[in-house]
Ligand binder design. Structure first.
Ligand SMILES: Cc1cc2nc3c(=O)[nH]c(=O)nc-3n(C[C@H](O)[C@H](O)[C@H](O)COP(=O)(O)OP(=O)(O)OC[C@H]3O[C@@H](n4cnc5c(N)ncnc54)[C@H](O)[C@@H]3O)c2cc1C
Length: 554
């Protein structure tokens, strides 16, 4: 309490800092155990404690207050296209890479490795989201490059060791002079990002054409995040059709590549991360994957980055929930703490359900990635990832806005954490395939993957027979799916409905009855249009104590 000449300051909330993101999240700890990553619990605990330190949290805010800057020329007038970052960005990248979130689960595959990485990513995203962008794109590129035979570039000998390295090296230098490397993706052009067949960038062979051979690229990309990355995987047209190319920042044994950064995007959120517009002025690249198969190469990468979008949204939702639960514990109105007001309990508990459901589905999908040797698991990832991306990323936008409102006016002010969380949330729904594209992708996966529906049915059947509302909702979803003529028009209902059902199934199977009962009642039986409409009877005490253990005392 401090005194001014006119008033005494009281009833303001202390910052939420110096806490462990892992310790304070019982549902996450349970999911880590359940999905097979208990061996990493110690690492996750240490990671959660590091992330929750006041210094790390401050770095997250600072990296976004001081966005990167494009430096086109050096002082002698040489073209450099360099991106300059605030030291807070480097601190966060150092932490991410030290924990291997950009490659470790592919470098040392083991049961639970993907789940452990997903849980760590989910905590990392609570502190800062911009640094997730180079992390996810690099992570998605690694399994592709692991398969690439040596051509004019030695992937196994040169690129993979640099990608596996856990030392962040921000130097703008040729690969051989660096301790580690990062990868970006370049697909979207001015005329379109969803329909990638419309790509106009052209690649011409510099000698013999084909996989592993050198090409020259001419064209542009309208969104090209992480332009400082050591290479991008770029989609371009060739005589064999669309192909994927590794376009390094520096030509091997040569100068800086002719990838000209025209400008950086001035974005709503994700401000710490550089997203650019570039032109390829006869840029050098090497073909990755089979000729004419560029789209499927990049869509394989997108499968990984889309799951990271789900994790990223689950992260923002979790952090917004933690901030609002903390706020409601410390702020009073009308003679009671906010957390004691019945209507606020309805809102907070409802948000807690959304957060746990998002996390549970994301970690279930991560386990399916761990189990990818099995065709059923691969089919679950294929169909479940776009469904989860559609639903979780959209729900997070509404949920984070609601969390901001729990803070009242302070939630709208840049001194606190809520505006950044709010601005950050929509992008996960837009990039890597926007909502409609995800919904249509669910239909495509169901049509093309014979394993998908049986694998889903087996997953959803495990929760059947325990809640009438769940069984009825499952029946309605099956009927919707059966109407193939209407399916494209109803794709959001099908995909979103699938995600909700799967979330309900996971909670019925694994969460305490207080959580699953309330989830089924409020999402399947009598769904409301906003948060805080849970029907009477919800056990808010149990739900909140699980979501934010400090509330257990009230
Ligand atoms: C901050 C940021 C960073 C990005 N970084 C990168 C990057 O590094 N590399 C990269 O390649 N791209 C990047 N992107 C681009 C992003 O992936 C695209 O913006 C996105 O895929 C959508 O493409 P578009 O913008 O061309 O929209 P469009 O393709 O024009 O789509 C517009 C809308 O139409 C909908 N739509 C499209 N097709 C259909 C259909 N058949 N039926 C119904 N609706 C449909 C879409 O869902 C969307 O809502 C970035 C975007 C942002 C915002």
């Amino acid at each position: 309490m401090s005194s001014f000449a006119t008033h005494t300051v009281f009833n303001q909330v202390p910052p939420l800092e110096d806490y462990s993101l892992y310790d304070t999240d019982p549902a996450l700890r349970e999911a880590v155990r359940r999905e097979g990553a208990q061996a990493w619990a110690g690492d996750l605990n240490a990671h959660g404690a590091w992330l929750g330190r006041a210094q790390t949290l401050a770095a997250g805010a600072e990296a976004n207050r001081s966005p990167p800057r494009l430096v086109s020329y050096d002082r002698a007038g040489h073209r450099v296209d360099r991106i300059e970052f605030h030291p807070a960005w480097n601190l966060l990248m150092t932490g991410i890479m030290a924990r291997g979130l950009h490659s470790r689960a592919w470098m040392q595959p083991a049961p639970g490795a993907q789940v452990a990485r997903a849980a760590a990513y989910l905590m990392q995203g609570q502190v800062e989201a911009g640094t997730l962008c180079p992390t996810t794109m690099t992570f998605a590129a690694v399994p592709l490059l692991q398969r690439e035979p040596a051509g004019v570039v030695d992937f196994a000998g040169q690129w993979l060791p640099a990608l596996y390295s856990r030392e962040f090296d921000p130097a703008d230098a040729p690969l051989g002079a660096k301790r580690s490397a990062l990868i970006g993706m370049g697909m979207t052009e001015k005329q379109g990002g969803s329909d990638l067949r419309a790509v106009t960038t052209r690649a011409m062979p510099l000698g013999a054409p084909g996989r592993g051979c050198a090409y020259q690229l001419v064209g542009h990309k309208w969104f090209f995040s992480v332009p400082q990355a050591d290479a991008h995987l770029v989609l371009a047209q060739t005589d064999e059709g669309l192909c994927c190319f590794l376009v390094p920042r520096w030509i091997p044994d040569g100068p800086r590549n002719a990838v000209r950064v025209r400008r950086l995007k001035d974005k709503l959120g994700n401000c710490s991360n550089a997203s650019s517009e570039v032109e390829f002025e006869e840029a050098w690249g090497v073909m990755v994957g089979e000729p004419g198969r560029g789209l499927s190469v990049l869509l394989e990468m997108a499968g990984t980055t889309r799951l990271d979008c789900v994790l990223g949204s689950a992260a923002l939702l979790r952090q917004a929930l933690a901030q609002s639960a903390h706020h409601a514990l410390h702020r009073q109105a009308f003679g009671k703490r906010l957390v004691e007001q019945p209507l606020m309990r309805n809102v907070l508990a409802d948000l807690a359900l959304e957060s746990e459901a998002a996390m549970a589905l994301a970690l279930r999908l991560a386990r399916a990635v761990d189990e990818r040797a099995d065709a059923g698991a691969r089919a679950l990832v294929r169909v479940g990832t776009p469904a989860a991306k559609l639903w979780v990323c959209k729900r997070a936008v509404a949920a984070v806005a609601e969390c901001m409102e729990v803070w009242g006016g302070n939630g709208y002010v840049e001194d606190g954490p809520m505006p950044r969380l709010y601005r950050e949330t929509p992008v996960n729904s837009i990039w890597e395939g926007s909502g409609n594209v995800m919904a249509l992708d669910v239909l495509r996966a169901l049509q093309r993957e014979p394993e998908a529906l049986p694998a889903l049915e087996a997953e959803l059947a495990r929760a059947a027979g325990q809640h009438r509302s769940y069984d009825e909702a499952l029946g309605r979803w099956r009927a919707l799916l059966a109407d193939t003529e209407q399916a494209p028009f109803q794709a959001r209902r099908i995909a979103g409905g699938l995600a909700r059902l799967w979330q309900a199934a996971l909670l019925i199977e694994h969460a305490p009855a207080a959580v699953s009962d309330a989830f089924v009642a409020s999402r399947l039986q009598a769904p409301g249009g906003m948060f805080g409409e849970m029907p009477a009877g919800a056990d808010t005490h149990a739900i909140l104590a699980r979501a934010w253990p400090e509330t257990a005392a009230c």
